[in-house]
Structure formats: C-alpha cells, structure tokens
Design a protein around this ligand. Structure first.
Ligand SMILES: [Zn+2]
Ligand SMILES: [Zn+2]
Length: 244
C-alpha cells in the first residue's frame, strides 16, 4: 500500500511545503485538506474519496474547495468528509458560505462514528490537545499493519495507548526543541516530546510533519538529537511516497 505526503507544512504554505494532507491514493483515503489538495485531481486513482479532517483551522480545510473541479468533471464521483459535528458545522457555515465560496462542492459531510470502515482498513480516532480541539486518526489494515495521523496537538502521553505498536506514526512537529516555549500557547509539539511518545508507544517508524513555515531548511527540527531518543525518526516532505 502506498502512502503519500501531499502537504507537510503548518499554518501557511512556503516555498518548500504546502499545508496539511496525507493520503493513501490507491484507496482514496485522505487525512486533512490543506492547500496541498490542489495536487489530488491530477493524481486520482479512485473515483471516490473518504476525507478525515483533524479540525477546521484553515491550513487543514481550505483544500476542500479545490475538490469542486473533479466533482463537477465527475473524475471524482463521490467525496465523503468525516469530522466532529462542530467542525462540520463550522466548515458548512464559514467555508462553504456564498461570500467565501459561492458554488457548494457536492461533498457529503458525515459526523465521526467510533469506527469508520474504508477500503484501506478501519479508522478510529482520538481527541487531541489543540485550541478549538483536534482529532487524531488510526487505521488498522486487514493484514494487521497500522498507522496513525496525529496533528495538530501538544504531544501528550495520553495518546500512547492509542498509538501502541503502530507500524507508522505520522505526528506533527511544528517546532524544534529550541522553540519549545511556543508549544503550549499554540497547541503544537516540539521534537523531543514527539520522539519520547514514539518510543513509549513502541512504534516502528515515526514521520514528522506539519512544520512551522518559518523553518525552511533541510533539517527544521535537529534530526540527529531527535534520533538520539527515537532512532527511526524521519522528516516528511511534500510528495514523499512510502510503501507500507
Ligand atoms: Zn495546522
Ligand atoms: Zn490547528
């Protein structure tokens, strides 16, 4: 199974990264709909999508509007968008309101159930720690493998049971440790905090994503010191593809 990072930045795009979206293109399963969703129409491998939103901050939802074109052209026949009820209400009222976006894309909003079945496996979720709330997701695949997508949040040991034994943990890492003082006020994580959680949850691999857009270097979070805590740590980049 292929997984592709479409956007690995937080808050706003920069020259290197668009904002949040990760997908399983062969199965049409998408996590978040940031600015990088413009990359989906030319790469569609299915005519249905199931999109799981973490929350309604603009860097995670603006790309829903970009699905208008494939829906009108019918290259995308059905698009279900799953989120918490308050997130659905906010997107309907404020993103898909006529002064902001006058043509309502034919997406179906579905309030999250405890479990959602997808072609990639069963999706479960966990509430996260972020201003206004956020939701983390886990997929357990039929062959026993598993992955989780955790953004935006202050890394919290409460999440360890949910993440336990994952093959792949995708976790936000908005800040390097040198900027750790920004984590609590913004509801984000810093590198060593995330590495400790990956180690405690005994995951196989950790991919960090959702970097502060001010950080544009090849190593935004000091990877060497993060690997000293959890060796199997990697940095996500836009369009990076993994074989699961
Ligand atoms: Zn964000
Ligand atoms: Zn956010």
């Amino acid at each position: 199974m292929k997984l592709q990072f479409l956007g690995t930045g937080g808050f706003h795009p920069n020259e290197r990264r668009h904002t949040a979206c990760v997908w399983l293109p062969e199965h049409g399963v998408v996590f978040d709909a940031g600015s990088s969703v413009f990359r989906i129409p030319s790469r569609l491998q299915t005519d249905e999508l199931q999109v799981f939103l973490s929350h309604a901050h603009l860097d995670h939802i603006c790309g829903l509007t970009f699905l208008l074109t494939p829906l009108l052209l019918k290259s995308l026949k059905r698009c279900r968008v799953y989120a918490q009820p308050d997130i659905i209400a906010a997107v309907e009222a404020h993103l898909f309101c006529k002064p902001i976006f006058p043509i309502r894309p034919a997406v179906e909003f579905i309030p999250l159930s405890p479990v959602t079945e997808t072609p990639a496996g069963r999706v479960t979720w966990l509430p996260l720690h972020h201003p206004g709330g956020s939701t983390g997701y886990r997929i357990d695949m039929p062959d026993g493998r598993s992955l989780a997508y955790i953004t935006d949040t202050t890394a919290n040991p409460d999440s360890i049971p949910f993440l336990s034994g994952l093959d792949l943990l995708i976790h936000e890492c908005n800040y390097p440790d040198s900027m750790a003082q920004w984590c609590e006020p913004t509801g984000h994580s810093h590198a060593s905090q995330v590495a400790h959680i990956a180690a405690a949850a005994k995951v196989s691999q950790l991919y960090l994503t959702h970097f502060d857009p001010q950080l544009t270097s090849d190593d935004p979070i000091n990877l060497a010191s993060t690997r000293a805590i959890f060796p199997e740590t990697y940095l996500a980049e836009d369009l990076l593809e993994l074989d699961l």
